[in-house]
Design a protein around this ligand. Sequence first.
Ligand code: OKP
Ligand code: ZN
Length: 343
Amino acid sequence: MKTVYSDLHGLQHAEAEYIRGKRVASFEMPRRVELVLERVRAVALGPVVGIGDYGLETVGKVHDAEFVTFLSTAWQAWSAENGEIDAFPNAWPPPRASRRATKRPGAELGRFCIDMSSPIMAGTWTAAKAAVDAAVTAVDIVAGGDHAAFALCRPPGHHAGRDYFGGYCFLNNAAAAAQAFRDRGYGKVAVLDIDYHHGNGTQDIFYDRADVLTVSIHADPQVEYPYYSGYAEETGEGAGADFNLNLPLPWGTEYTGYGAALATGLGRIAAHGTEALVVSLGVDTFGGDPISHFKLVSDDFTRIGQAIGGLSLPTVFVMEGGYAVEEIGVNAVNVLSGFKAVA
Ligand code: OKP
Ligand code: ZN
């Protein structure tokens, strides 16, 4: 299996985020994907290849134009006012407030940013764009005949919606991959999100579409980020009714409960008549993850990969979260090796 990687990810290196009132060192750091890359090489998963430049065509199909313009110019506007300091929102629009654009960068951030974990810096746009390009490159590798490919994306993407960013995510890499599959003639596509956190952005982007089924297995949003979505009753709307499946699980979940939810999700993906699969590969379900509360062990990730491989679908894996820095490489690559062993 080929791995798609660009060192441009290193341009996103947030100094800090805010967790429960505390300013702490960002858990989302460049070292994460460097360790995954080292593990890919250590187990000889396959060749490591660079990214193509796909412009903004696919991005423009999964994000609103105003949002893309904002994100690509946000640092320029912010740094002109505030200097070289990481950009966080200054305020958020309350319910029923005006949606009109303002003239102040900190207020504009509040219109598009959902949390205090995702600062914009000088290289954010370049890094986020490179991550989308990695995802689309992986789709082209699979469309070209490979059974599967791994987009080693960073920053992650699944919390980025049509017109918002947050949760360390700026552009939605997995959504771009799903859209790219559609644009290359795959009629029915599915996204399986196995990150510990609900893939709210991916759900948002495809919520009214039947051509891209979205399935997410994640911690109960009543107690876990992103809090305001991820509930089982969110099943899609309009043409997309019944094409979104959320499988929330309690804190403390071990593989017994996890594997049962995974089987349910995979069954739904098979019933969809899926022709191509995108996996949002987060490994923050690991028991040792510093910000999460599931209890998976490293061997469980091999089992997850085997179960996904059982679908025998053309598959693109897109890296999402996972913050237990020492184990993240082993756990992510275990999924890929498990998949490869059966697929
Ligand atoms: C990104 B991904 C924890 C604060 C949460 C944001 C978490 C984003 C996770 N109490 N901050 O889905 O791994
Ligand atoms: Zn996560």
